[in-house]
Design a binder for this molecule. Structure first.
Ligand SMILES: Nc1nc2c(ncn2[C@@H]2O[C@H](COP(=O)(O)OP(=O)(O)O)[C@@H](O)[C@H]2O)c(=O)[nH]1
Ligand SMILES: [Mg+2]
Length: 263
């Protein structure tokens, strides 16, 4: 009888051991699972989202040009979101600093303009910094026409910034906020008259119409299916990018900018 009891006790003990081992193993599995969920995300978000944040944007789309030509509005039109500040109310233009936003694996940078004397030095530093990110760049200048003419400040800005880049490169030029009458004149005479004004001619150009619905409203941008947005997206996608290393950028000389205004 005692032998029988001893045997059943041993069997019970074995079972308890197995049970304890199994419980510990289960806890270990649960712990490992929860650690991997914390590290990798719970799987409820799209896997592409998790990876896209860890990847470096493959290129930079750099918007350059003087204040109020519509750079921030153009970027917001691409994003379909008022990401960059766009406002006419401040005396020296809205942005004294670069604004950056990642969109579809490209980093969009909106830079300050050089036209205001009081903030020119600071703007020059920001532009230099934007060009020194060791990346592939799509370089886009934006200008507006005043009574159908290019403004000397816009020509000086483009020439001065082009001087800074010491590698062969190409840039795109956007004629923005162009009114119907001027578009008609351009269609008759062509753009060459404007393009010969620059020391270095643009590789590609696009004319975007004045959008009267925007009307100085800082949070407005082109409608998703508008002709302007379609032309803008096509222009950006077709533009050639150039690899720029920080050592390819020489300091931006603002005295040269000033001299150019009086040339
Ligand atoms: N009517 C109209 N206003 C525009 C258009 N594009 C920009 N603006 C306005 O022009 C002003 C300057 O634009 P912004 O994008 O801030 O220029 P930035 O200084 O070059 O970044 C803002 O008040 C915009 O609302 C346009 O196509 N039509
Ligand atoms: Mg701006």
């Amino acid at each position: 009888m005692t032998v029988y009891k001893a045997i059943t006790n041993k069997i019970q003990l074995e079972f308890m051991h197995i049970y304890i081992y199994k419980t510990i193993a289960n806890i270990q599995v649960l712990l490992l699972l929860s650690i991997s969920l914390v590290v990798n995300g719970c799987g409820c978000s799209k896997p592409t989202e998790a990876t896209s944040h860890t990847l470096k944007p493959s290129e930079i789309v750099l918007f350059l040009g003087n204040s109020n030509v519509g750079k921030s509005t153009l970027c917001n039109s691409v994003f379909q979101q008022a990401v960059f500040n766009s406002d006419v109310s401040m005396s020296f233009g809205t942005t004294l600093y670069n604004q950056e936003h990642e969109y579809q694996n490209a980093l969009y940078i909106d830079t300050p303009g050089l036209s205001y004397k009081q903030t020119r030095e600071k703007a020059a530093k920001e532009i230099e910094e934007a060009l020194k990110k060791n990346s592939n760049y799509k370089i886009i200048f934006v200008v507006t026409l005043k009574s159908g003419r290019l403004r000397p400040t816009d020509i000086a800005t483009i020439d001065t910034i082009c001087d800074v880049i010491q590698v062969p490169f190409e840039y795109g030029l956007i004629f923005n906020k162009v009114t119907r009458g001027i578009i008609k004149a351009i269609n008759q005479k062509g753009l060459n008259y404007y393009l010969t004004s620059f020391k270095k001619k643009p590789f590609a150009t696009v004319i975007l119409k004045m959008d009267y619905e925007i009307e100085d409203n800082p949070n407005f941008y082109f409608k998703p299916d508008s002709e302007n947005r379609k032309n803008l997206l096509e222009f950006i996608s077709k533009l050639k990018s150039v690899q720029i290393h920080e050592s390819d950028i020489k300091p931006l000389d603002i005295t040269k900018y000033e001299q150019r205004l009086y040339e």
